[in-house]
Design a protein around this ligand. Structure first.
Ligand code: DER
Length: 234
C-alpha cells in the first residue's frame, strides 16, 4: 500500500466517528484532505445531514466549499463536536508535531475548541520522542524582526544543536501563513526533552505567535499501517 493509500484508510476510518448534526473541525494537509472529501461524499449521498464545518485553513475552506460542505467559524461555533486532522509526528502519549503545512495556528485554535480531536496518520508518523527526527518543528512568528525571534529560538535550544530556517514558499519567497505571519522551522539534533517546558519557553518569546507541538490535545489517534489500522485512545 502506498503512503497515500494508508492516509486515505486512516481518514475514512475517522469519518466513521462523524454523526449527522455535528459541528466538525476540518483539518489541513494531505491526510485530512481525504477525510474532508469523504465527508463531502457522505453529505452528497444523504448519509450525513446537517453538518457544519469549521476549516483550519483557507486551503481546506476552498476544498470544503467546492464539496458543498456548509461552513462556519469559531466566532459562531465556539464549541466543536469533533475535529479530524493529520500530524507530522505522534509520540506514545499522543502528543503531536503539526504545522509542516503551515496551518498550525488555526489548527490549534480549532482543535483546542473540540470535545474530540481524532488525529489521522500513516505509520511513518510514529516517533518515540517529538522533535528528534531531524524534521522541522514549525514556529509561527510575526514578520517584524523575525531574525531577532529566530535567534532567540536558536539560543533556547542551543544544547540540542538547533538550526533555524525561515520557511519559503514554492517560489522561494518567504512563506506567509493565512494569518499574515512567517514560519521559522526549528531543526534539532536531539529530541525536545520535557515538552511542556519547551512549549512554555517558546511561547515566552514575544515575537512568537504559536508553535507546532500539540500537547495533550488529540483524544484519539488512528494509525494506518501495512498490517492494518490501530486506534489509540487517550
Ligand atoms: O501541517 C499540518 O499541520 C498538517 O496537518 C500535517 O501535520 C500533516 O500533513 P500530512 O497529512 O500532509 O502529512
Amino acid at each position: 500500500l502506498t503512503q497515500d493509500e494508508l492516509k486515505k484508510i486512516a481518514a475514512y476510518k475517522a469519518v466513521e466517528f462523524v454523526e449527522s448534526g455535528m459541528v466538525l473541525g476540518l483539518g489541513t494537509g494531505s491526510t485530512a484532505k481525504h477525510a474532508v472529501d469523504r465527508i463531502g461524499d457522505l453529505l452528497r449521498q444523504g448519509k450525513l445531514t446537517n453538518i457544519v464545518g469549521i476549516p483550519t485553513s483557507k486551503k481546506t475552506e476552498e476544498q470544503a466549499l467546492s464539496l458543498g460542505i456548509p461552513l462556519s467559524d469559531l466566532d459562531n461555533h465556539p464549541a466543536i463536536d469533533l475535529a479530524i486532522d493529520g500530524a507530522d509526528e505522534v509520540d506514545p502519549h499522543l502528543n503531536l508535531v503539526k504545522g509542516r503545512g503551515g496551518s498550525l495556528l488555526r489548527e490549534k485554535m480549532v482543535e483546542g475548541a473540540c470535545k474530540k480531536f481524532v488525529c489521522i496518520v500513516d505509520e511513518s508518523k510514529l516517533v518515540k520522542h517529538l522533535g528528534g527526527s531531524g524534521l522541522a518543528l514549525p514556529v509561527e512568528v510575526v514578520p517584524f524582526c523575525w531574525k531577532f525571534t529566530a535567534n532567540k529560538l536558536r539560543n533556547l535550544f542551543e544544547r540540542s544543536g538547533c538550526v533555524t530556517k525561515l520557511r519559503n514558499d514554492c517560489e522561494g519567497k518567504s512563506f506567509v501563513t493565512d494569518n499574515g505571519n512567517y514560519i521559522v522551522d526549528l531543526y534539532l539534533k536531539k529530541d525536545l526533552g520535557d515538552l511542556q517546558i519547551a512549549s512554555d519557553a517558546i511561547l515566552r518569546i514575544a515575537g512568537v505567535v504559536e508553535h507546532g507541538m500539540f500537547l495533550d490535545m488529540a483524544t484519539t489517534v488512528i494509525v494506518a499501517g501495512e498490517l492494518g489500522i490501530t486506534i489509540k485512545n487517550k
